[in-house]
Design a protein around this ligand. Structure first.
Ligand SMILES: *Cc1c(COP(=O)(O)O)cnc(C)c1O
Length: 235
């Protein structure tokens, strides 16, 4: 991996902010309602700390071990941290309470483990439900028809609050193709809002990454997760 200067890092974040603003403007949205989540997997704590002083709203971690390293190093400079990677049930203990939001909840067993640990720590854990929009076998996330049963299960968990939905759609060639999936997730959120479950705020849509976040913003994303455009290609 090439070293990035602080200036280069700062320029990149500035450019992303500019694109966010343009996309929001085109959609008639307030850019302040959209959070930039830096997906910092495989980045050293020092680089994460440098990026934390820039216009990044929060950090997204894929691995419990890296999240812990960055937290111990104080690399987020007090900014929030979301867990966005696949979460194994046996790692729940270290993630509940340490992550402000767990974005990748996709099964009842995981919900129950989070509920148990959150109750033990006497806190309410905010989560997003991850949806597998294209029903890809290789990917995590609930299929659309499993969303309602999973939300029903979440409603029975007093120490869990569902903030919204998250998706990692298939890589597409065109913006139109990407938009199709973002529309799908937004429609699903709107549908879920009509179910009126307990403990469900359903205000957040986490979607859009490097190459697709402008389309996601146009379709209502409230959190975009950007890695490579900030930190460069991962080795
Ligand atoms: C790595 C990652 C991202 C960011 O992807 P880039 O292509 O690097 O912008 C977003 N979401 C999740 C869940 C990731 O693992």
């Amino acid at each position: 991996m090439k070293d990035i200067s602080v200036q280069e890092l700062s320029d990149r974040v500035y450019r992303i902010r500019h694109r966010m603003e343009q996309a929001a403007k085109e959609a008639g949205r307030d850019v302040a309602a959209i959070a930039l989540c830096a997906a910092c997997k495989a980045q050293p704590s020092e680089l994460v700390r440098q990026s934390a002083s820039l216009a990044i709203d929060l950090f997204g971690e894929n691995r419990m071990q890296e999240m812990r390293e960055h937290q111990l190093a104080g690399a987020y400079l007090g900014k929030p941290c979301h867990f966005i990677g696949h979460l194994q049930t046996n790692k729940v203990r270290q993630v509940v309470g340490a992550a402000d939001v767990i974005q990748s909840v996709d099964r009842v067993r995981l919900l129950n483990a989070i509920q148990k640990e959150a109750a033990r720590q006497s806190l309410v854990q905010d989560i997003l439900i991850e949806v597998n929009l294209a029903q890809e076998d290789s990917k995590a996330g609930v299929h659309q028809q499993e969303l309602k049963p999973l939300m029903e299960a979440a409603a029975a968990c007093p120490n869990i609050r569902v903030l919204g939905l998250m998706a990692i759609p298939p890589i597409t060639d065109t913006e139109d193709q990407a938009r199709h999936y973002f529309v799908k997730l937004r429609t699903l959120l709107e549908q879920a809002q009509t179910w009126q479950f307990e403990n469900a705020l359903l205000t957040e849509l986490s979607m859009g990454m490097t190459g697709s976040y402008e389309a996601a913003i146009k379709e209502g994303a409230t959190i975009i997760r950007v890695g490579r455009e900030i930190y460069g290609e991962r080795s």
